[in-house]
Design a protein around this ligand. Structure first.
Ligand SMILES: NC(=O)c1ccc[n+]([C@@H]2O[C@H](COP(=O)([O-])OP(=O)(O)OC[C@H]3O[C@@H](n4cnc5c(N)ncnc54)[C@H](O)[C@@H]3O)[C@@H](O)[C@H]2O)c1
Length: 263
């Protein structure tokens, strides 16, 4: 899929890896609908990049009504730009650590698990589900007759789940597992699906971790011996969008680092 003059829907586009993707696809000529909970950041990015090729839509991706309304508005905006949809990148995601049972033998409150699963799995599927009718009917590319690409955001946690990360690891494992199913289900429309599993990347999410957790991750880095940057991630997304042979796979983007079992 070419980026120039195609539109992309990016959830979580107001911060971190999603924001870096917004900036990169915009720099390569794309039109970007940013869907996020964070209004201040979302509107700031649109002011910075310009409202001709970016637009912000407030959404709580875990709330089906909010998602339906944001997708409807985003599709109306895409129609007014006249640039056909080319992809969806559901990057909004959260972590909330907690073991299933605590040291007082209390099981974790269900709502802590649901908070993560509703955003990281149900919200991701819901966004794709609602964008699909627009992608299946969009203008195909002249060469491969491609209609769109879905770039999922999994995590190293899908492979190397760390202690206390049950909900997060389960959600990212689910995302990894979806890539091949979506690729197979959507092949008939010329829509691809690729998942990226980043390791430890600089973002608001990792900045919120304790110094102890960050140091434990920094100790096990292979090469390069630094956390990933948003631009490293966005470059990979761009490649997933542009390379038509990438489909149904989950690509690890972690500099060979494996998450440790002890902090
Ligand atoms: N940073 C890392 O090291 C890392 C590693 C692997 C995977 N990831 C994944 O990358 C994605 C982006 O994370 P990040 O590190 O850039 O974090 P981030 O906190 O910087 O960005 C996440 C964005 O998602 C938005 N968001 C959160 N809940 C939402 C909701 N209910 N509805 C709409 N928007 C919501 C936030 O407002 C924020 O703008 C996530 O899916 C995360 O799990 C991150």
């Amino acid at each position: 899929m070419h980026i120039k003059d195609r539109s992309f829907v990016i959830s979580g586009g107001a911060s971190g890896l999603g924001e870096a993707t917004v900036r990169d696809l915009h720099a390569h000529g794309g039109y970007i609908a940013i869907l996020d909970l964070n209004v201040d950041n979302g509107e700031r990015i649109v002011r910075e990049l310009g409202a001709d090729r970016t637009s912000f839509f407030e959404v709580d991706i875990s709330d089906p009504e909010s998602t339906a309304s944001a997708v409807k508005k985003a599709m109306t905006w895409i129609k007014t730009t006249g640039k056909p949809i080319g992809g969806v990148i559901p990057a909004a995601g959260v972590g909330m650590p907690g073991k299933l049972i605590d040291r007082h033998n209390e099981p974790i409150p269900l709502d802590r698990l649901e908070f993560v699963l509703n955003i990281n799995i149900r919200g991701v599927i819901d966004l794709i589900r609602l964008c699909l009718p627009h992608m299946t009917t969009t203008e195909p590319t002249p060469d491969d007759k491609e209609r769109g690409v879905i770039v999922l955001v999994s995590s190293s946690a899908a492979f190397d789940g760390q202690p206390g990360q049950l909900a997060y690891a389960a959600s990212k494992g689910a995302i990894r597992s979806m890539a091949l199913v979506l690729a197979r289900d959507l092949a008939m429309y010329g829509i691809r699906c690729v998942a990226i599993a980043p390791g430890y990347f600089e973002s608001a999410m990792t900045a919120a971790m304790s110094q102890k957790v960050r140091s434990s991750l920094e100790r096990v880095l292979e090469f390069p011996a630094r956390p990933g940057k948003g631009t490293d991630f966005a470059q990979m997304v761009r490649h997933c969008v542009e390379n038509v042979m990438l489909n149904g796979e989950c690509v690890r983007l972690d500099g060979a680092t494996r998450m440790p079992s002890r902090m």
